[in-house]
Write a protein that binds this ligand. Structure first.
Ligand code: ADP
Length: 514
């Protein structure tokens, strides 16, 4: 072969490779065609002994065209990967500015769809044994998140016979090349796979999301083609999954901070409301007491002795209420400052209870109060703190129940614990409020606030019961009254019943105040 033709053919290869890379297949082939035509002409014009055989020349041109196609395929793949990476980078760069988890995951799902040319992509998070769609934007107009949760729950019921469950259980990416039939998941393919094929999802990849070494969810992508998930796609999906995991961790941290800030703001609001309430609560009995005393002083001569006594008794009742309120505030302040000192003593529960009921007689006078406590029952308590627990529960019982109704203070031994309870026949407490009422400053919602109060009584009760090592709870049904109960732990082998022989000879418990 003459040197000129060899050089020409070599030049043809170089040009074709160059133009295919730079301008695509069409340009490469056009340039190649021109060069090949020139080579053919040059070959035809060359002396016969220097001519290359037409078959060899044709084969060469064929190989060169095949090379052009190969170079084009490689270049397109490279371009696609580069543009995927650029899009991934763009999508990831946009993420930190959006603390809203669902918006972030929606953006990630959209980026997945575009980057790997998926038909559908979504992020599912584990929640209470189910999978919840955390990127609802992906299926807007197609399914509701509830429908997705219902479907995925059914799929998970198949156990490792479902690709979802397998990816969750193994923590590894699962690729289903043909949703219409995958030998690993026969039951799933028959039902869910067929449904997916009908919707146009012919292949699928599921990539686990992780936080602290745990699988917290899945990134799923469905493709229109069978065998539509390439290795590059898996790598890109895994990069997105990593970002989704980070975004979830960040959003959770943000959510925790936001909740803490909200709690602080709420605590602040409750505290201000509490201060306003306390001033009002202190002023009301004070004003009333002063009013009664002033009336007596002003009209001393015109009032007979009974009227004077009545007015002074009411002044005294209000002074008692003021003292109780101040006592409650002092208790609360000591609790808040962690300055409560307990001085537990062995005491007869019945005597303690009767003492409290007696002290509270003016408050309880419009109710029938029954003390049903075994005389033999002995407990180890701090008498002051225990007294305050009973005062708070009894004053609430009469405050939240109609005059004339019955309030029962009872105690029984259950599994070596003493359970003390105060039952009323009052308005009761709705179930959704039963936990909250023990929080400090919590009061019934605005509409039900027909009674005065500060919202610290039950918080004090809970703290004092805690300090005795017990627990407190309420059982109540609105309109049918409430029973507040608390436990006192057992002390010693038979703590609550040290006088068991006397017990048998005692008369049954009786009412002490009514
Ligand atoms: P308050 O000063 O408002 O009575 P508490 O802490 O003692 O504050 O009680 C908190 C809330 O629990 C009350 O506002 C009331 O809604 C509810 N509550 C407490 N005891 C009773 C009861 N015996 N019956 C009905 N509701 C009650």
């Amino acid at each position: 072969m003459p040197g000129a033709l060899t050089a020409g053919l070599f030049g043809l290869v170089i040009m074709l490779a160059f133009y295919t890379c730079v301008g695509g297949l069409a340009l490469g082939l056009s340039v190649g065609a021109v060069a090949a035509a020139s080579a053919l002409v040059a070959n035809a014009l060359a002396p016969t002994e220097d001519q290359v055989h037409a078959f060899a020349l044709g084969l060469f041109v064929f190989l060169v065209v095949a090379l052009a196609f190969m170079i084009d395929a490689l270049t397109s793949e490279r371009r696609r990967t580069a543009s995927s990476l650029a899009r991934l980078h763009e999508a990831l760069r946009a993420l930190p500015s959006t603390p809203d988890l669902s918006a972030t995951l929606d953006a990630l799902a959209a980026s997945v769809t575009e980057t790997v040319d998926a038909r559908l992509a979504g992020i599912l998070l584990r929640s209470a044994g189910r999978l919840v769609l955390a990127s609802p934007g992906a299926v807007t107009g197609m399914w509701t998140p509830e429908e997705v949760a219902a479907y995925t729950t059914e799929e998970l019921d198949l156990g490792e016979g479902s690709p979802l469950a397998l990816a969750l259980a193994t923590g590894r990416t699962v690729v289903v090349p043909d949703t219409g039939g995958d030998a690993r998941f026969p039951a799933w393919s028959e039902h869910w796979g067929t449904a997916m094929v009908r919707l146009g999802y012919r292949s699928m990849a599921l990539v686990p999301l992780r936080a602290d070494g745990q699988v917290t969810g899945l990134l799923g992508a469905c493709f229109a083609r069978r065998d539509g998930v390439s290795r590059d796609d898996v790598a890109l999906l895994e990069a997105h999954a990593e970002q989704a995991s980070l975004a979830i961790a960040r959003a959770q941290a943000y959510e925790q901070e936001r909740a803490a800030a909200e709690q602080l703001a709420e605590a602040d609001r409750l505290k201000s409301e509490f201060l306003a309430l306390v001033s009002h609560e202190l002023r009301t009995p004070l004003t009333a007491a002063k009013g009664f005393v002033d009336t007596v002083l002003l009209h001393w001569d015109r009032l007979d002795e009974d009227r004077r006594r009545g007015l002074l008794e009411r002044a005294s009742g209000n002074a008692d209420e003021l003292a109780r309120l101040i006592g409650q505030l002092l208790d609360f302040a000591r609790i808040e400052a962690n300055r409560v000192e307990m001085n537990p003593q062995r005491l007869r529960l019945r005597e303690l209870a009767e003492g409290v009921v007696e002290d509270l007689a003016p408050v309880l006078e419009h109710h029938e109060v029954l003390v049903e406590v075994d005389r033999a029952l002995v407990v180890v308590v701090d008498p002051e703190a225990f007294g305050h627990v009973l005062v708070n529960l009894l004053t609430n019982a009469v405050k939240y129940s109609p005059p004339g109704s019955c309030v029962r203070l009872a105690a029984r031994v259950v599994d070596a614990e003493v359970v003390v309870s105060v039952r009323d026949e009052g308005c009761g407490i709705p179930p959704e409020e039963q936990e909250r009422i023990f929080e400090r400053f919590y009061r019934a919602p605005e509409g039900d606030r027909s009674r005065r109060g500060t919202g610290i009584g039950l918080a004090i009760v809970r703290r004092f019961v805690d300090l005795h090592g017990g627990r407190v709870w309420v059982e109540s049904s609105p309109g049918h009254g409430s029973t507040f109960s608390f436990t006192l732990p057992a002390v010693g082998p038979e703590p609550a019943r040290i006088e068991t022989d006397r017990l048998a000879s005692e008369p049954p418990p009786r009412a002490v105040a009514s």
